[in-house]
Ligand binder design. Sequence first.
Ligand SMILES: [Zn+2]
Ligand SMILES: [Zn+2]
Length: 280
Amino acid sequence: MVRVGVRLSCYNSASCRSKKLYHKVLAIDMINPFLQSPRAVKMLEAIVNVVFPRSCVSCGLSRKNGGDYLCRLCRDDIFVIGDPLCNTCGIPADIDYDYPAEGFECGWCRKCGFRFDRARSLGLYDSVLKELIHFYKYRSQPGAIDELEPLLRDYFATCREEYQGYSVTSVPLHVKKLKERGFDQSFVLAHKTAEILDLPLLVRPLARIRETFPQARKNRTERFQNVRGAFEVVSPKTVCDKKILLVDDVFTTGSTVNEVARVLKKARAGSVQVFTLARA
Ligand SMILES: [Zn+2]
Ligand SMILES: [Zn+2]
């Protein structure tokens, strides 16, 4: 356990392929047999981090004055989405001040007819947020989400009342993916959201009953077809007549959250709002 813990923290850098970091890992491996306690691990980590300072996962530079994953400049550089935006899917809207922004709905939402009532995202899925989410999701670093906690707290402080009476749940991960990744990234995020908003968390009222192909290389229509029938409500009583805040990491076309919202509403859930960390 000690060995794994130290190794993971060593890979906590965008530049882990660099010689410097390989040396850091090698150095830890060499002294690993001498590690006897968590205290020893902490002391060793502190020493190693002084000799080989970990870098920011986004820009690769020193994280001096920053958090555990991002430097201060990168963290301040995350663009938080605000008005004006599409009232349904939450995409930033390029409308000027003379246009009545309240109730504005983008062309895609008018055409698509989403099954959820409203979606919002913390920020845009580019540069820093994209790098951090990749690190969180694909390199199995659930702690990376803590980096965004201050931003999430500030964001929800301005719209807290809009989620009153809601219960939080997440887009479920297929059990095979869960075993591969080692953690459910959307569930961790839902847990954090419920904690910040002080709302009840519904633990897996849904299941992903079918594996889906990766969405990345599919167009909009294919994405909607790919997730059709992939989810099932496994405990209908938990969601019946409930207002649900559905949490996921990234909203791209909205196909996944739309399909989950569809099955939730089929199970007689009330309003379904969506919240994602990022909006592509
Ligand atoms: Zn940085
Ligand atoms: Zn829209």
